[in-house]
Design a protein around this ligand. Structure first.
Ligand SMILES: C[S@@+](CC[C@H](N)C(=O)[O-])C[C@H]1O[C@@H](n2cnc3c(N)ncnc32)[C@H](O)[C@@H]1O
Length: 275
């Protein structure tokens, strides 16, 4: 049984950046909320959809929360629901991918506060569509892994997990790696990937200022540094990254089509491990 008279906590994915990439369900619960707790990567235009008079509380910090801060957020969600309020916890992308959605839902479950989790479009999927990088592609990539780069910043042997991933998966999508592009690329080469393995780095995916840089494991770190590419960014490693040259409709403007010869050469992208 839930706490008597408790409101519901809705843990909602706001999508990757563009204001119109939130789901209908997410928008509907946002419009009924008494209080909205939101993260740093939420497009302000989405917050404008909240009910006039709804309280809006910023609880964000880029790249996740410190443990105690996260506990405080969980405490606030439970407390407000126990006051009978409809609570929306609005998160960038999807709550269940590096979003701490699990921890916050567990806090509600333990406190016997009703909760619902509303999926959002993960930034990896937003970047895939808006930068034109199919994460799986017949004949090129049949598997994809989402990976956190957090360990890349520490000296504690990140190489073992890179080795496992490099051998097992065709496409890697690396989150929270903006500060460590060089270290990640070097680890993947040490793990056995060829230095000319294609890489795309997508910054501010789906937002008006989205930027995609293409290179290889050998060149990408210098390109990102030279361009001063801003966070948040995702690093996509694998043959499919090449397809962005042809399929990046968003940054090019969908009407600006490439010459037929360029399209034909991308259509020939093959040669992943399962090629
Ligand atoms: C704490 S994780 C949150 C991930 C989120 N729950 C999701 O589903 O996308 C933050 C990381 O996600 C990635 N990210 C989030 N939004 C992004 C965007 N619009 N463009 C590129 N990367 C993004 C970046 O790697 C960033 O460091």
């Amino acid at each position: 049984m839930s706490a008597k008279g408790a409101g519901t906590v809705y843990i909602v994915g706001a999508g990757p950046g563009a204001h119109d990439l939130i789901t209908l369900r997410g928008l509907a619960v946002l419009r009924t909320a008494d209080i909205v707790f939101y993260d740093a990567l939420i497009n302000p235009r989405i917050l404008e959809e909240a009910r006039p008079g709804a309280e809006q509380v910023f609880v964000g910090k880029r790249c996740g929360h410190h443990h105690t801060e996260e506990q405080q957020i969980c405490g606030m969600l439970v407390e407000k629901a126990r006051e009978g309020k409809t609570v929306v916890r609005l998160k960038g992308g999807d709550p269940m991918i590096y979003g701490r959605g699990g921890e916050e839902a567990l806090a509600c479950a333990e406190a016997r506060v009703p909760f619902e989790i509303v999926p959002g479009i993960c930034s990896a999927l937003g970047a895939a569509s808006y930068a034109g990088i199919p994460l799986t592609h017949r004949g090129t990539a049949s598997s994809v892994a989402f990976v956190t780069a957090h360990s890349a910043g520490s000296a504690d042997s990140p190489d073992t997990s890179w080795q496992r991933l490099a051998k097992a998966v065709d496409t890697l999508v690396i989150f929270m790696g903006g500060a460590w592009v060089d270290a990640i690329a070097a680890s993947l080469v040490r793990a056995g990937l060829a230095p000319d393995t294609p890489v795309a780095v997508v910054s501010h995916a789906t937002a008006g200022d989205q930027q995609t840089l293409l290179g290889s494991l050998a060149t990408i770190a210098a390109r990102v540094a030279d361009a001063g590419l801003p966070n948040p960014m995702l690093i996509v490693v694998g043959e499919v990254a090449r397809l962005s040259e042809t399929l990046n409709w968003f940054e090019r403007g969908s009407c600006a089509l490439l010459p037929a010869a360029a399209v034909a050469s991308s259509a020939g992208v093959r040669g992943g491990r399962h090629g």
